[in-house]
Every structure is written in C-alpha cells, then in structure tokens.
Design a protein around this ligand. Structure first.
Ligand SMILES: NC(=O)C1=CN([C@@H]2O[C@H](COP(=O)(O)OP(=O)(O)OC[C@H]3O[C@@H](n4cnc5c(N)ncnc54)[C@H](O)[C@@H]3O)[C@@H](O)[C@H]2O)C=CC1
Ligand SMILES: O=C(O)C(=O)Cc1ccc(O)cc1
Length: 382
C-alpha cells in the first residue's frame, strides 16, 4: 500500500505514576488480541465492554482484560484510549453514543474495522467534545472469531493502517502510534478511501472468490461426493478464508459495496478473457496469462505477514506410519525450541510410507525446522 511509513516512533512509556486507561468495545478476536498487548504493563488498566453480562465475566476469567462492564458509560469514562472492535455495521452507532458522553479531554477513539471510509466520514461529522477519532485497521487476523481465538502474537509484524484526516491533530496520531507499538505491528498511514480500494482488492475480493468457489464445488458435490473427497489438501488450504465469520463479512462487504461492485465486474472481465481464450483454443494466450501472473507474483514481498495469513508449512516425505516417528519429530523440534502449530499425516496406508505436514506460525520457525530435519537426514520439501 502506498502511504506514509512510520518506523522510528518511540513506545508510549507505561508508568505507574501516570496510569493509562484503555477501553475495548467488543473483546473478540481483534479486540482481545489488542487487549492482550496492553494488559499487564505497569500503570495500564484495560477495561472490556460487552452488551452481554456472561461475556464480560468470560473476558475477566480468561485474563484478557483487567475489568469488564456492560455499561458503555462506565467503560468510556476516564479512558485515554477507546478501541471499537465490534462488527463494521455497528461502528457508527458506537461513535454516536460516545459523542453523547463527557469523555476525557484528549481521549483518542480508534476502531479496527476492515473498512474505513464510512466510519471516518461519520466521525468527521460529529463533535466529540475534546476527544478525537482516528480510523485504524490491523491488517492481520484469521478465519476464527471470538475472544478464545485472541492472541498476543496476532498483530506482530503485520501492517496496521491508520487513516487520520487533514484535521486530525498530528500529536494525537503520534500518541496512538506510540501506544500501538506494543502490538509490534508496522504502522502505515493512508487515506480512508484509498484504504478501502486497496483492501477491497487484496482481501475482500479474495474472500468473495473463496466463498463462491467453495459453493460452486458444494453444488457439484450434491450429485457426486467424490468432489468432496478429492478436495482435501490444497483446495482446503486455498479456500480457508471461506470459513470466516458470516456476519463480520456481511458487514464488511456491504460497507465497501461500491468498491466491491467494481471489483466483481473486473473479476468477471478476467474470467471472460479466460473463456475467450478457451473458446479459441488459444494455448499461447493461456500460457501468457500464467506468465504475466507468475511475473507479478514473483515480485510480491516474500514472507511478510500479509492481510491473508500465510501458511508456513513443509512436508516430510517417506515417513513410516507409526506413532513413534511423529513423537520423535515433535520432540526434536521441541528440544530445538521450534514452535510447531500443527502436524498431520497425509495419505498414510499401512504398507506405504506417509507424508507428514508440519505447520508453523512464523517463517523463522519453518526455516529452522527445515534445516534441523534435513540435518537429521529427513526428506523435507516446501
Ligand atoms: N477477523 C479478522 O481477521 C479481522 C477483523 N477485523 C475487524 O475487527 C472487527 C471485529 O472482528 P473480529 O474480532 O474478527 O470479530 P469477533 O466476532 O471475534 O469479535 C466481535 C466482538 O464484537 C461483539 N459484537 C458482535 N456483534 C455485536 C453487536 N451487534 N453489538 C455489540 N457488540 C457486538 C462480539 O461480542 C465480540 O466481542 C470487525 O470490525 C472486523 O471487520 C479487522 C482485522 C482482521
Ligand atoms: O484469515 C485471514 O487470513 C484474513 O484475511 C484475516 C483478515 C480478515 C479481515 C481483515 O480486515 C484483515 C485480515
């Protein structure tokens, strides 16, 4: 994304003499992950808000927040920072409600919504009485949702977009950036409309395509269940994002409707181009489309944490199918302090050696595991 990078801002120094109150509205995957980055730092109090009493009790029991309340006013009063982490379709109502409260002077309200133009435009029209709204979007996540899926590591090394307007006081932007250093994400500043164009193309369109593709195959599977059986492995992996939360994504797509309508039309043109090449049996034309895509893809930044989470995986070939070998490999990795996130035997029959798939959360773990297992004479490939 073109935009202004800010790499050298200092952290906000948390200090018991000057306590900071951070309020999180919607302690789910993203709100919970943010809370975990701030909680436990000296002088910080993280308060979670939910409309539901059982949820507030759960946030505290899980240790994600210091306290939690169902009262919007109680959560917001005295807060230095307020993060709105609810579905995109609810954001504007929360901004409205906050605008009616006597917030602390200098309070910074931000959000984490996957679209930015509508909420930023809405906040711009309101008087926040000494508080300031700065749109935000941590560009990492997963198909999972809820506080149980929150993680201290979720935003590490991801891009975190902020969309201040020409009227946003730069010192308030700096203050938010310094706080967000605790997420270990990389801050990028850009305009809200440009954000929605780009994120629509690289995140929202792929989610729509994954859903359409899975539904297409599900239709074929109704008359022949072999589709589902053979779709294991690669097809399952590339369509992971089709399992994302339906209501979160309903709101995202409706909020970015105009951008999505244009992107879907462009996608249909791309498909029409393929159809025409097939109709004409134009082999050279088809190969050219693959060459062009491969060339552009080859220039994508490698191994950064992107919007759509990368899978860091390798395969160990010729693994005999007995539990001992799995334990042995897991122990070797554990002793080398390499964090394995998943391990799976693929297509194993008693008389045929299997393939072991190892998944890691970080590229560095994958690199170290590959080097270690190769040094132990395992056949490893990516
Ligand atoms: N899922 C992802 O990977 C990412 C999501 N986002 C954005 O973060 C925001 C939250 O998404 P997630 O954390 O994934 O969802 P989530 O479902 O894990 O959390 C949503 C939170 O909002 C609360 N909530 C749901 N409906 C509500 C309503 N009607 N009124 C008040 N509270 C309500 C839920 O109780 C929960 O605490 C969304 O705006 C989404 O666009 C941003 C980056 C990544
Ligand atoms: O599951 C994945 O990899 C995602 O694409 C997560 C995601 C979802 C929504 C966002 O606004 C940003 C990231």
């Amino acid at each position: 994304m073109s935009g202004e990078f800010s790499g050298f801002t200092d952290f906000i120094d948390f200090d018991e003499a000057n306590p900071i109150r951070i309020a999180i509205f919607g302690v789910g995957l993203i709100g919970g992950s943010l809370a975990l980055c701030f909680k436990g730092k000296p002088g910080v109090h993280v308060v979670g808000h939910s409309v539901n009493q059982t949820s507030t009790e759960k946030y505290v029991a899980l240790g994600v927040v210091d306290s939690a309340t169902t009262s919007l006013e109680e959560a917001a009063t005295g807060a230095d920072f307020i993060f709105l982490c609810v579905p995109v379709g609810r954001l504007e109502r929360y901004v409205d409600e906050l605008s009616r409260l006597p917030l602390k002077r200098g309070c910074i309200i931000s959000d984490v919504g996957s679209t930015k133009a509508s909420v930023v435009r809405h906040a711009d029209k309101l008087s926040l009485k000494g508080a300031v709204f700065i749109g935000g979007h941590p560009m990492a996540g997963s198909e999972r949702s809820g506080v149980e899926a929150a993680s201290f590591y979720l935003l590490e090394n991801a891009y975190y977009v902020l969309t201040p307007t020409a009227d946003t006081p730069p010192e308030q932007v700096g203050k938010l950036e310094r706080l967000l250093k605790h997420t270990r994400a990389h801050i990028v500043k850009t305009d809200a409309v440009q954000h929605d164009d780009i994120v629509g193309a690289i995140s929202h369109l792929p989610h729509m395509i994954a859903v359409a593709l899975v539904n297409q195959i599900a239709g074929y599977n109704e008359s022949n269940e072999l589709y589902m059986r053979l779709a294991a492995g690669g097809f399952r992996d590339i369509t992971r994002i089709a399992s994302s939360d339906p209501l979160i994504w309903r709101d995202i797509l409706l909020s970015n409707r105009d951008v999505m309508l244009k992107l879907v039309r462009d996608w249909q043109s791309e498909m029409d181009r393929f159809s025409a090449l097939l109709e004409r049996e134009d082999g050279e034309g088809i190969a050219e489309r693959f060459r062009a895509a491969g060339e552009f893809r080859g220039r994508l930044p490698e191994r950064r944490k992107g919007m759509i989470t990368s899978l860091f995986e390798c395969y160990v070939d010729n693994v005999p199918d007995h539990p001992g070998i799995i334990g042995k490999i897991a122990t070797e990795l554990g002793q080398a302090k390499i964090n394995l996130s998943n391990l799976q035997i693929i297509e194993s029959r008693e008389d045929v050696p299997g393939i072991l798939r190892l998944s890691f959360k970080q590229a560095e773990d994958l690199d170290r595991a590959t080097a270690l297992l190769r040094s132990l004479q395992y056949e490893v490939h990516m």
